[in-house]
Design a protein around this ligand. Sequence first.
Ligand SMILES: [Fe+2]
Length: 395
Amino acid sequence: MSSMPLIPKQAAIAVADMVDNCAKVKPGMNVLIIAANDGLHGGVNIVDQETVTWLHAAVVQRGADATVIWCDIPARPAIIWGQGADPSKAWRVPPVVANAMRAADVVISNAVDLTYEEELREIPDILEERKIKYARNMATTASLLSSNWGLTPYELVSEIRIQANALAKPGARWVMTHPNGSHVEGIVVKPEDMDDYAHYRDIGVYCPFPEGVWSSIRARDAEGVGIINEIGVIWARHIGVPCPFKQPVRVYIERGYIKKFEGGEEAETLTRFYKFISEYLGEATYEVRGFHGGVHPSAILEPHQCPNAPYRHFIEHHHWSSFHFHMGNSRRAKDFPYLMHISAELRGGDLKIGDHYVYKNSRITTADHPKVKAIAEKYKNRPGLEPERWLQTPR
Ligand SMILES: [Fe+2]
């Protein structure tokens, strides 16, 4: 007889928050929980059995039907371009997984390779056919669930996100600056399917746990220079650059398009990668298609909580001091199988949209919104707007 590991109180709170407030599981729903086997054994889809077991238990306790799939993801090169590579022919979602997704009311995914907006276009295509809700659990291990990152109230971070999106008024000028000399600015473009960004996530099928970023804002006519030390880890792996870089990269942008990368080895790799991909996507490869950033107060973890360094960087991408712009646009190329999601990361600078700062003094300004503060009052015994009070290792 196997024994079920005892769940720490912190993890139980996080699991309930995930299932009730992010996935919004209700009695009678068919809930599909997915994890990838490689993630148990050092692969990129980091996960543990406790997390999947606890999610399953929480789902059935709510009167829903749960199906758990432990799947294999096709083995493939991490780098998708270069000699002999054909990025127009990507790997496919395993058909059993794809069909299980189609039959679910809600999917809870614990697999990085099956993300909604960074890997395969096939995933959103499957989900959007029937508007199937896709809850992406990023706190995929017992220690991540038990961390301050997992334990910060979902509702609190959601409100920080909603208020940040509300500041992105179509037509306004956005300006990113950083003490390292970065200055990038452009114009906010209206979303494709709504008049503004105020409740943008509410219409979509995708929601991550913990809350991560405010929804991406479309942009045009970007100008300036971004000096970056890293790009998002998923595409760093697909391009083949370290995260962080060994040497900063200067990204020169004119009239909405990247003109040049300058720096060391990484700038050279990026230059060759973008040229290669432009054979498939044309000038959209170089488009600065948008920007946004992190909303989470406690998205910085210690190595003992998450031994995998790239995954810690991935988590920090969601911290409320972190923002980025997107380098490249594959959205219009419907037959291109990858979702090009290359985030040029800046931490600790300022972002202003119109007359309002969104980031100032290494912090998102909407954390001070009265609605956010009112929600924080409800959760006094959980990490929230004063993350430093909850650190076990003061920084
Ligand atoms: Fe992004």
